[in-house]
Ligand binder design. Structure first.
Ligand code: UD1
Ligand code: UDP
Length: 383
């Protein structure tokens, strides 16, 4: 039996972890023991616990309760506490997901103790180092031994940074790059039907199918830069004159709205009945909203891909994206936080042909590939 530590902390990592935990439970429970460590980066009920209940993720074995803080303090506390867990558990490897501070902390703590790091969602690059996530991704990739790439583009990005492909031997000095597909796609396929049966979010919010737009906003530059947040909300109010917008709001954005929006705009946003601001929703509710909306407007990495999985046009509120293949299809447009670009994209994306949604993200079995590669690696290092 091999012992693997999984690090989670922020909402998208908890969701991503559901796919691999499910595969381990169903196919590898006699070979892999997974120990889940929650850093506590996200801690509100609707940013954390709700996903454990709904997606049947095992209760974390450790909760480090790190909470919110400046990047340095938050990451440092995580490193210190993860190191303690690693020294106590002495695992065969560590799985990290994505590009958050929890990802970075896990990578640093493990690599220094010579615990092999397995990075799920490796190789993504926005080529914008002002994003905290870009720094986290680069550093996590360069501390990893197995790099699980969701797309061919991610493999190419790593090759450009000097990673060798098709190695026959692998260790920290010879990291292995694997095209696994995207565990988020596994999840969307798996939970799509479950959401139809279990979520009543459309009824609860009084929404008609295809008669609403789904929106999420939480990127730090959008919430923290006044001009950007004002521009986004002015555009949303304009679009809401035509189409109801549902906006499950990240706590970071919720806190910044009254501080950053001009007073008149804040009043208009608060009183607009067609801009429906809600608390963050559960994954099953989110999946149903994505499946049945008309269009998605988002600055989220995960949500722009889920838009694509469910064949929905998407406006991305960022200057660039690491999911570049989406842009080539014409189903996804970058509008930055620019009022005119957002409205132009809204107009361009009114009629997008369903044929444009080509498959890029694997076959829904990414987590199985990840588990098998981890097992093969651990077996090869047995002696
Ligand atoms: C983090 C990730 C980001 C990811 C996002 C997913 C980093 C650097 N950023 O951003 O890549 O896209 O998670 O959602 O790791 N807060 C609460 N309750 C919570 C969690 C956060 O109120 O449960 C508020 C706090 O005011 C906190 C702020 O949100 O200061 C930001 O939280 P933090 O985890 O630092 O970053 P996110 O913006 O959530
Ligand atoms: N999500 C959710 N409820 C919400 C908003 C998002 O369940 O109210 C899910 C979404 O479906 C996706 C993930 O959270 O699976 C994306 O996380 P987020 O946007 O917070 O982070 P990012 O992907 O940008 O890192």
């Amino acid at each position: 039996m091999y012992k693997i530590i999984t690090i989670i902390g922020a909402r998208p990592q908890i969701i991503k972890a559901a796919a691999l935990s499910r595969v381990i439970r169903e196919h590898y429970s006699d070979k892999i023991k997974e120990i889940i460590v929650h850093t506590g980066q996200h801690y509100d009920e609707n940013m954390s616990q709700v996903f454990f209940n709904e997606l049947q993720i095992p209760k974390p074995d450790y909760n480090l309760n790190v909470g919110s803080n400046t990047h340095g303090k938050q990451t440092a506390q995580m490193i210190e506490k993860i190191e303690e867990v690693l020294m106590h558990e002495n695992p065969d490897g560590m799985v990290i997901y994505g590009d958050t501070n929890s990802t970075l902390a896990g990578a640093i703590a493990a690599v220094k103790l010579l615990v092999p790091v397995f990075h799920v969602e490796a190789g993504l690059r926005s080529y914008n180092k002002t994003m905290p996530e870009e720094i986290n991704r680069i550093m996590a990739d360069h501390a990893s031994t197995l790099l699980f790439c969701p797309t061919q583009q991610a493999v190419k990005n790593l090759e450009k940074e000097g990673f060798k492909l098709h190695l026959h031997y692998c260790d920290i000095n010879h990291p292995k790059v694997i095209l696994s597909g995207d565990v988020m796609y596994d999840n969307s396929l798996h939970f799509s039907q479950v959401a139809e049966q279990k979520s009543n979010v459309l009824k609860k919010l009084n929404l008609e199918e295809k008669e609403f737009i789904l929106c999420t906003i939480h990127r730090n530059n959008n919430t923290d830069e006044k001009e950007r947040l004002n521009s986004i909300f002015r555009a949303l109010l304009e679009i809401a004159k035509e189409q109801i917008i549902v906006l499950p709001l990240h706590p970071r954005t919720r806190k910044m709205l009254p501080i950053q929006l001009n007073q008149d705009l804040y009043q208009s946003v608060s009183s607009c009945k067609d801009l429906l601001i809600t608390e963050p929703v559960s994954f099953l509710d989110m999946t149903l909203l994505e499946k049945h909306c008309r269009m998605i407007i988002t600055d989220s990495g995960g949500v722009q891909k889920e838009a694509y999985f469910f064949k929905k046009p998407c406006i991305v509120l960022r200057p660039e994206t690491e999911w570049v293949e989406l842009l080539d299809t014409g189903t996804t447009l970058l509008a930055d936080a620019d009022y005119d670009k957002i409205l132009a994209a809204y107009s361009t994306l009114q009629n997008v042909s369903i044929e444009k949604f080509l498959p890029f993200y694997g076959d829904g079995n990414a987590a199985k590939k990840v588990a098998q590669e981890i097992l093969d690696y651990c077996f090869s290092k047995k002696d």
